[in-house]
Design a protein around this ligand. Structure first.
Ligand code: SAH
Length: 213
């Protein structure tokens, strides 16, 4: 077996052993190579199940967490999805394989530009990336079937709850500190919201306003 095939097999094995069992999610993660989303010093470690540093002091999430969050979001092929926290663009690229349309926003212009270049190179034409403070969502594109937030807030931001369709699902990390956070799933019903706590996680914070670069 080639080195690359073996690396890919180990990568998928690590995902399965950490609870990523949804075959559509595994297929998407097999197809989208994590390598192009990581530059510089850490490029050689793209296939390890670890979070890694990216530009602007941010991190690309651990692949198994990307898989578990995507699985919890229960995306279907007709869905319009909003991701808050583009970062490297890897999570958005995975979502693009499962959804009809993906909007992704980051407060750092530089990350959005770099992610767009990768989406273009990979011909992921159903992703639109914006520079914006994602805690306000994207009012012009709302409502969304699914919302995924990849930075931690104290509570689910009100505008994101408001931009979720009835029957819609939002998955996000919440917590009062950088160290103790829970991944939760919010489901919107006719009359309100249901909250499920999924697992402990650790994400960079959701920060107000735009970044300097
Ligand atoms: N999903 C990314 C990892 C995200 S790291 C990936 O697949 O690589 C979290 C990201 O959230 C960072 O890039 C950070 O800039 C962004 N972020 C933090 N607060 C934000 C806000 N209010 N609006 C938009 N993006 C925000």
């Amino acid at each position: 077996m080639s080195d690359e095939a073996e690396r890919k097999m180990q990568f998928l094995y690590a995902l399965r052993s950490k609870g990523v069992t949804d075959s559509r999610v595994l297929t998407a993660m097999e197809k989208i190579d994590r390598g192009p989303f990581i530059r510089g010093l850490f490029a050689g470690r793209a296939y390890e199940d670890m979070p890694l540093p990216i530009a602007c002091g941010q991190t690309i999430s651990q692949p198994s967490i990307v898989g578990l969050m995507t699985q919890a979001l229960q995306v279907s092929a007709r869905d319009t999805v909003l991701e808050v926290g583009t970062g490297s663009g890897y999570q958005a690229a995975i979502l693009s394989q499962l959804a009809r349309r993906v909007y992704t926003v980051d407060r750092h212009r530089r990350l959005v530009h770099e992610a767009r270049a990768i989406f273009d190179a990979l011909q992921l034409s159903n992703i639109t990336a914006f520079t914006a403070d994602g805690s306000f969502g994207l009012p012009d594109q709302a409502p969304f079937d699914r919302i995924l937030v990849t930075a931690a807030a104290e509570d689910p931001p009100g505008p994101l709850l408001a931009q979720l369709k009835i029957g819609g699902i939002m998955v996000l990390p919440v917590g009062q500190s950088d160290t103790v956070q829970s991944l939760i799933r919010v489901t919107r019903h006719e009359t309100g919201f249901d909250y499920d706590e999924l697992r402990p996680v650790r994400f960079v914070p959701l920060v107000e306003g735009l970044g300097r670069d």
